[in-house]
Unconditional design. Structure first.
Length: 94
């Protein structure tokens, strides 16, 4: 993450693993295809985490068979933005 933040001028913090789940732990690109089976990344409620931090989930390819691993395509970064809702007092009509 340090390298990513430095390269992109960001200050993301890795989202702790207990706040998300990945549907499968293994994905396969079949021979003759260029894309793997799909999966779902579920982000749980971020309640309880500091609101002043920006979170990111790095998803990486850890191994390949019969082909070299391209370092530039090794990791996908998923940014987990928080939406903060608050109520404000209306000052009109006073």
């Amino acid at each position: 993450m340090e390298e990513y933040n430095k390269s992109n001028g960001t200050q993301y913090t890795p989202l702790p693993a207990e706040y998300y789940t990945l549907q499968y732990s293994k994905y396969t690109i079949e021979k003759g295809k260029y894309i793997s089976n799909t999966g779902i990344l579920k982000i749980k409620s971020l309640t309880g985490l500091p609101i002043d931090k920006k979170y990111i989930i790095p998803v990486s390819i850890t191994s390949t068979t019969n082909i070299p691993l391209l370092q530039a395509s090794k990791t996908l970064y998923v940014i987990a933005n928080r939406t903060i809702t608050t109520r404000a007092t209306s000052l009109t009509g006073n």
